[in-house]
Write a protein that binds this ligand. Structure first.
Ligand code: FUB
Length: 443
């Protein structure tokens, strides 16, 4: 059988980026499936793009996939492209139809599942698979799609007995089929996942927790639009019992997601389009998720803060704060990169940013834009009146949009993880102190 390896990954494009929510902003990413392999947290998203000139794309415009790995506490490394639309052996060229993928590890091999538009016109989408010795690829792509499966959004479950199941489907129905030992064929025809509520459903994601099987799915209610719902069962093939919503509708856009445990905490990965302002140019995000004692799930409220625990050398994006008082956060564009800043920093205003890892830090940097010279801002730990660990005088940078990185020594050695409080103190009569983009600990 003719097979080929995705050559693009071999080019080894590696870009380091760092973020709280959204996880990355240098490319649009959607449908994030997170997996932990060899203690590393990976995300396998799809990718949105602005349709190239001449491409008439009323739906999502999605040319291919990339892989991301969490390095340190808050740095998502872009491992580069993994599969381009025109490398799909059985796919229609330039179809921009590379919707939500998944990846699963079994017996030392990694299997990457993805939907694409088939060349033979036999369905809207078929699902293909590639295999690799590494979760980072390169993958050897099967020459044909999985026979007997047509639909979108593959979601994989590997049970404790090493049997695998493929969930898929988008529309009013979701399906599940057991996979053969080879992970490339289904072992029995797909069956309907029954007893789910009526309405449009897609993006099913199966997982197991405390002996129970869960299936989560994007679900639309007529008045509310996309939400994330979930159901629980005692067997991977069902029956499942609907339990309610994990996330309310956050905006009129899709809500494909995944649920993953990493370093003892459960995380919901999902996407939103707040960066682009357009619901077909999405950005992946993550927030912590909690189970109640009876195994049901507490609703997740989307935050800008997300899950990152920045340490030395990583950006502390204080604009994605846990709490603030007397100041605002707003979009700005610095060096061509769109981001957020803390601004309108009135006397005694404050931002709180939880979970910063101080191990090894001796200095702290701040990215600021400032149009005056009076007052200072200070960084304290643990509470607003806690130990002051840095003090920055207001420094005129050339104006409120002229960005500059300033640096100072930490006033005390701090170790471990602490919540930080940034307090803005303009001199008497000053209305605002500084625009602050980020802080960074330095060794
Ligand atoms: O990203 C394209 C499609 O939109 C996905 O396959 C669906 O789950 C929805 O997110």
């Amino acid at each position: 059988m003719k097979k080929f390896i995705s050559a693009v990954l071999a080019v080894g494009v590696v870009i380091m980026v760092s973020a709280q929510n959204p996880l990355v902003t240098h490319v649009y990413t959607a449908d994030p499936t997170a997996r932990v392999f060899n203690d590393n947290l990976y995300v396998y998203p799809s990718g949105d793009c602005v349709p190239p000139e001449g491409v008439d794309m009323p739906r999502f415009c999605m040319p291919g996939y990339r892989i991301f790995r969490l390095d340190g506490g808050a740095t998502w490394t872009d491992l580069g492209p993994v599969l381009d639309q025109n490398e799909v052996p059985w796919g229609k060229k330039n179809s921009f139809a590379m919707w939500a993928p998944d990846c699963i590890g079994k017996d030392g091999k990694y299997y990457y599942y993805y939907p694409a538009e088939p060349l033979d016109g036999s369905a809207f989408r078929r699902i293909g698979v590639g295999v690799s010795d590494s979760p980072e690829g390169p993958f050897v792509w099967e020459t044909n799609y999985i026979d007997g499966v047509s639909g979108i959004d593959p979601g994989l479950l590997l049970d404790d007995d090493n049997k695998a199941y493929l969930f898929f489907g988008g529309g009013h129905e979701l399906f599940v089929a057991p996979l053969k030992e080879n992970m490339k064929e289904i072992a029995a025809p797909p069956i309907l996942v029954e007893h789910l509520p009526a309405g449009y459903k897609e993006g099913s994601f199966p997982f197991k927790h405390d002996g129970k099987y869960y299936i989560t799915f994007a679900h639309t209610f007529p008045e509310e639009g996309y939400t994330i719902g979930y159901a629980m069962g005692d067997h991977p093939m069902g029956p499942y019992v609907y339990q309610g919503k994990i996330m309310d509708n956050i905006s009129q856009g899709t809500n494909h997601h995944s649920v993953q445990k990493y370093q003892d905490r459960w995380i919901l990965f999902y996407h939103w389009w707040d960066v682009s302002g357009y619901n077909k140019l999405r950005s992946m995000r993550a927030d912590y998720l909690e189970f109640k004692k009876d195994g049901t799930i507490r609703k997740v409220v989307p935050s800008l803060r997300g899950i990152g625990v920045p340490g030395v050398g990583e950006l502390i994006q204080v604009d994605r704060c846990n709490d603030k008082r007397g100041c605002r956060t707003a979009f700005h564009e610095a060096d061509g990169v769109k981001g957020w800043m803390v601004c309108e920093t009135e006397p005694n205003s404050m931002v709180r940013f939880d979970r910063v890892n101080f191990d090894g830090a001796v200095k702290v940097q701040a990215r600021v834009a400032c149009g005056q010279r009076f007052g200072h801002f200070e960084v304290r730990i643990d509470n607003e009146w806690g130990k002051m660990i840095a003090k920055f005088p207001a420094e005129f940078t050339g104006g409120w949009t002229a960005w500059k990185t300033i640096e100072t020594d930490l006033l005390e050695t701090v170790s471990g993880t602490h919540n930080i409080y940034v307090l803005f103190k303009p001199d008497w009569g000053g209305r605002k102190l500084v625009n602050l983009d980020w802080l960074k600990l330095i060794e």
